[in-house]
Design a protein around this ligand. Structure first.
Ligand SMILES: Nc1ncnc2c1ncn2[C@@H]1O[C@H](COP(=O)(O)OP(=O)(O)OP(=O)(O)O)[C@@H](O)[C@H]1O
Length: 227
């Protein structure tokens, strides 16, 4: 059986009718930590959006956590998202409710019903990111780094087969970026597969791993010294 969590072959990535990336071929195996780099506008976000069903796959073959991206129906997207954890640069927490309630909202929306099980899961994921004691706070009462920890906890709620993180340290200072990276590294060592877009080469040097680059309409793997 294939160990691929993600597999793209001869995929073209579009924004509307504009071709952004051509003939993309890549595989990510269970347990890998993979960086996605490339200058602004090179197509990193477009690639990631295609992976979580925000942009339809119009050409080529793509499978992600057992979903066929070329045949993905609108109605299947919520089920795909349940098997993925997506983390954004700007955290995207709901500002009108506490951290606990942000997480509860996601659990309810994804079919959880039992209150004790929900609370146990929330405690577990907040503990994983070092935020167990701050669940009663509102997002604006937390620092950027703490909000990103919560966003990572939220991504972990449904035990995703792949975490897609689009510049998760983009809004954070260097020290806080390292702290968030430590959280992601620990999660990866505990078995979660992670694809992370970043501009932060210092992080890549500190935590070397497989690196894919978007450049001039293509995606290719780079060896560390040419990053
Ligand atoms: N909603 C959109 N509609 C049309 N074109 C878009 C849209 N979003 C992005 N693009 C274009 O697609 C190309 C790739 O953008 P994308 O956001 O994927 O790059 P990126 O590598 O993620 O950049 P950044 O590092 O700045 O986030 C750019 O030329 C951009 O102008």
């Amino acid at each position: 059986m294939s160990n691929h969590v993600l597999s793209l072959s001869d995929v073209d990535i579009f924004q509307m009718d504009n071709l952004i990336l051509k003939d993309v071929n890549l595989n990510i195996d269970k347990g890998e930590f993979v960086y996605l780099i490339g200058k602004t506008g090179s197509g990193k976000s477009s690639l990631m959006k295609t992976l979580y069903g925000d942009i339809p796959l119009k050409k080529g073959k793509g499978s992600i956590v057992d979903f066929d991206l070329a045949r993905l129906r609108e109605s299947e997207i919520p089920y795909l998202r349940r098997k993925l954890g997506v983390v954004f640069q700007d955290f995207k927490l709901l500002t009108d409710r506490t951290i606990q309630d942000n997480l509860k909202f996601v659990l309810k929306a994804t079919g959880w019903k039992n209150k004790t099980e929900m609370q146990d899961r929330i405690d577990t994921v907040l503990d994983k990111v070092g935020m167990k004691t701050k669940g009663f706070k509102y997002p604006h009462e937390l620092s950027g780094g703490e909000q990103q920890r919560v966003a990572i906890a939220r991504a972990l709620l449904n035990d995703p087969e792949l975490i897609i993180a689009d510049e998760p340290t983009g809004n954070l200072d260097p020290q806080t970026s390292v702290e968030i990276m430590e959280v992601l590294q620990t999660i990866n060592k505990n078995g979660n597969t992670i694809l992370m877009a970043t501009h932060d080469y210092a992080l890549i040097l500190k935590y070397p791993s497989k690196t894919l680059k978007c450049d001039d309409g293509e995606v290719f793997e780079v060896v560390q010294k040419t990053v």
